[in-house]
Design a protein around this ligand. Structure first.
Ligand code: PMP
Length: 373
């Protein structure tokens, strides 16, 4: 199977990641913070080591700001529902995933939260920033944007948006589901107050954990309450991070895997990953552009995701045919109807090809040959 669905989850995983899971389960499978014996302490050390490597990778102030969650969606819900108050207004980009759009919609129903959408596709950085400025109102409290789209190669200029947010006194929240691990991120330098990401995509961990990286200036209400392993006499969750937001047992095997994924990335180098993905993107684009019935969406910027459709053909049928030819891609709306609308894809969506660090040029060739056939 040629795997070109890395935006859904990266596959395969580095052997060191699989070994990290095995070691936790087989050798030190205690519950961190839930015992003073050595198996619990070993597990707690593994969790802390992962907080440390993530906070160093992302330029966060301190490892305690890393809050582990089940996935990115959980982290974004925790952030939005823990921060936004009655009648607040926020700005989001037109490329947002349902993991941002739906919680905001729900907050509209429950707390009267409103949002405005600023344009990105085809805009220069000054035009994009102006689009944000134009939509700021008296009740605006935050800008929330994806870093890299999950359906095309567009990335947002975080540093510039962060600077605008600082100037205008707004919080800046980033959905880094498609960028953490692949693209450089420095939360402090970019003025990011909170960032959500999964462990199992470009950070090369396994499914089962994501995280919210929080700056110390942000105090969130809890989404979930329960055991935290500290201050057990209190009826309320502790105030300190990360315990405040981590109720219940953590997914330690997935956290250990994530730490191993970050080490692998550091050895390979983010710049090398970006270089490989861009080379593959350009090679695939060149091959697909030569096919008369293929329409590529937003091809200007090279990245890890390429979106196309075939004239007169249903995207799902194209993906199913590719699957029969041994090539894994994803078709449809990719949980991002706003973004598909912004790109003007057909009603039923399009076919997404997404590259990871283990794809090679021969994969691009195989896709091209299969589409020709
Ligand atoms: N945001 C974006 C941009 C995504 O691509 C995804 C995953 N497709 C998510 C959020 C949700 O991530 P998770 O599945 O980890 O909740």
């Amino acid at each position: 199977m040629i795997y070109l669905d890395n935006a859904a989850t990266t596959y395969p995983k580095p052997p060191a990641v699989i070994e990290a899971v095995r070691r936790h389960v087989a050798e030190y499978g205690g519950n961190p913070g839930r015992g003073a014996h050595r198996l619990s302490l070993r597990a707690a050390e593994a969790v802390y080591a992962c907080r440390e490597s993530l906070s160093a990778l992302l330029g966060l102030h301190a490892p305690e700001g890393i809050v582990f969650t089940e996935n990115t969606t959980y982290a974004l819900n925790m952030l939005l529902k823990g921060f936004l108050k009655e009648s607040d207004h926020v700005l989001i980009s037109e490329l947002e995933h349902n993991a941002v759009y739906r919680p905001l919609w729900r907050l509209g129903e429950s707390r009267g939260v409103t949002f405005s959408v600023f344009p990105v596709v085809g805009k220069s950085i000054p035009q994009l920033l102006q689009g944000i400025e134009d939509r700021i109102g008296p009740r605006t409290v935050a800008v929330i944007t994806t870093h890299a789209s999950n359906i095309c190669s567009v990335t947002l200029p975080l540093r510039e948006i962060g600077a605008l947010c600082r100037r205008r006194g707004l919080r800046f929240f980033v959905d880094a589901a498609q960028s953490a691990g692949r693209l450089p991120i420095d939360m402090r330098a970019m003025g990011i107050d909170a960032l959500a990401a999964p462990g199992h995509k470009s950070l090369l961990g396994i499914q089962g954990c994501g995280f919210l990286a929080l700056s110390p200036t942000l105090q969130l209400d809890t989404l979930l309450e329960g055991g935290s392993g500290v201050h057990s006499r209190l009826p309320t969750m502790p105030v300190e991070l990360p315990e405040r937001l981590e109720a219940g047992t953590l997914p330690v095997p997935a956290i250990a895997a994530l730490a191993a994924g970050v080490s692998f990335l550091r050895e390979l180098g983010q710049a090398e990953i970006e270089r490989r993905e861009k080379a593959l993107f350009l090679a695939t684009k060149e091959r697909l552009s030569a096919l008369p019935d293929v329409v590529i969406h937003q091809p200007e910027e090279a990245g890890a995701v390429l979106l196309f459709h075939r004239k007169g053909e249903d995207a799902t049928a194209v993906a199913a045919a590719l699957d029969r030819a041994g090539i894994a891609v994803r078709a449809g709306l990719h949980c991002a109807p706003l973004a598909h609308k912004a790109l003007g894809t057909p009603e039923e969506g399009a076919v997404r090809v997404s590259f990871g660090p283990f794809n090679t040029l021969s994969d691009a060739d195989a896709l091209w040959q299969a589409l020709k056939a």
